[in-house]
Ligand binder design. Structure first.
Ligand code: NAD
Ligand code: TYD
Length: 375
């Protein structure tokens, strides 16, 4: 079959990537979707069981740092669009092991850019009709002040905001963690490839995502699982840090829209207009999980445990996503209360998915399938 487009999605076996792959495979049968993933600890093909047999879906297990292999994938599948999500994504891991983050996030992105450049420049139409879309984070902007510690309603948000400043597309990069430093570096490489070679690139910076299939080391799935097992809920510092939460399917919808209609060389911030202090969010998770488990209210409150703060813990993230709304008409579709209810329910209904990861069982499956250890 001749496909209208051949799109390479990297990191498609991870949390956000699996939602993007699912959306594209189902919505665009006329596109071939090639999912390139190394299957590190964070990659899990069980995230994609519902689309694995779709005729327009191909999975390739590879490392984005392996330049020759990536070049081969561009040629074999005639790739004309890239949505790049593969990355090391957990801040706490980046504090312990920054090298892996520099390798995958910086060198891996460079390897992908160079492979796209070599392949697209070899074609008669060169960059015509091509897209290199890089998915990044709001963490590259650094941290905002908590000038409204008790929260106020603001013009840009229906929800509470905890400061007077917001991250805008024009905000200067100021990353603090090894994770955000590596993402900032990769963003700069993507823009440099546009400015130097004419690579038709787009970068988006999104706030914290939540929803199904998130690896249970991240706050929300970790805490739901710990409540289920009656284990302590480790709150870093005093739980005063603020994050802006977006339901993962709303992010995937934004990615679809921007891939098709975003302006080349431009940047868009994506966020939920949904700021929460960690401790307030945690109380909502505890309350919702207790209710859905049939526990009396307050049953798991005593699991909340304040622990040593994360090193260099950014105080507040808050995205102003007005540009994306104004130019492309996007806004989040789910109210947070609805999103968190759906999310807690999903983790409780899919305990086997979580247990398979926490028991390490999923690692054995990959060893049997692919031989040897995973990266
Ligand atoms: P994730 O950790 O759940 O998934 C990452 C995926 O990348 C995994 O499937 C993993 O196997 C794959 N991968 C890692 N190293 C690789 C390599 N060298 N070669 C090929 N594949 C490799 O991450 P996520 O939370 O889904 O994040 C996806 C992207 O979105 C990342 O670029 C992240 O920086 C960005 N982002 C995440 C959030 C968030 O809240 N999770 C917010 C904004 C932006
Ligand atoms: P996380 O899900 O790791 O996302 P990020 O660090 O990229 O924002 O953490 C979200 C917030 O929750 C962050 O402020 C750190 C905090 N946190 C805890 O308090 N305890 C935990 O066990 C974890 C994983 C995170």
């Amino acid at each position: 079959m001749n496909y209208k487009r051949n799109i390479l999605i990297t990191g498609g076996a991870g949390f956000i990537g699996s939602h993007v792959v699912r959306l594209f495979v189902n919505k665009y049968p006329e596109y071939r979707i090639v999912n390139l993933d190394k299957l590190t600890y964070a990659g899990n093909l069980a995230n994609l069981t519902d689309i694995v047999n779709a005729p327009n879906y191909v999975f390739v297990r590879a490392d984005i740092c392996d330049f020759e292999t990536v070049c081969g994938i561009f040629r074999t599948y005639g790739i004309d669009g890239v949505i790049h999500l593969a990355a090391e994504s957990h801040v706490d891991r980046s504090i312990k092991d920054p090298f892996t983050f520099a390798r995958t996030n910086v060198m891996g992105t460079l390897s992908l850019l160079q492979a796209a450049k070599v392949y697209w420049e070899s074609l008669p139409e060169r960059y015509g009709g091509k897209r290199f879309y890089h998915i990044s984070t709001d963490e590259v902007y650094g941290a905002l002040e908590l000038t409204r510690p008790d929260g106020v309603r603001s013009d840009i948000s229906a929800h509470m905001v905890y400061g007077d400043e917001f991250f805008r597309e024009t905000t200067r990069y100021s990353p603090h963690s090894p994770y955000s430093a590596s993402k900032a570096s990769s963003d700069h490489f993507v823009r440099a490839f546009h400015d130097t070679y004419g690579m038709p690139s787009i970068v988006t910076n999104c706030s914290n995502n939540y929803g199904p299939y998130q690896f249970p080391e991240k706050l929300i799935p970790l805490f739901i699982n710990n409540i289920r097992h009656n284990r302590p809920l480790p709150v870093y510092g005093r739980g005063e840090n603020v994050r802006d939460w977006l339901y993962v399917e709303d992010h995937a919808r934004a990615i679809d829209l921007i891939f098709h209609e975003g302006k080349v060389a431009d940047t868009y911030n994506i966020g939920g207009f949904n700021e929460w202090k960690n401790i307030d969010l945690i109380k909502v998770i505890v309350k919702t999980t207790d209710r859905l488990l049939g526990h009396p209210e307050g049953y798991s409150d005593s699991l909340i445990t304040f622990v040593t703060d994360r090193a260099g813990h950014d105080l507040r993230y808050a995205i102003d996503a007005t540009k994306l709304h104004r130019e492309l008409g996007w806004s989040p579709s789910l109210q947070f209360e609805e999103g968190i209810e759906k999310t807690v329910r999903w983790y409780l209904d899919n305990q086997a998915w979580v247990d398979n990861i926490t028991s390490g069982e999923y690692e054995k499956y990959y060893e049997e399938m692919y031989g040897g250890r995973r990266g």
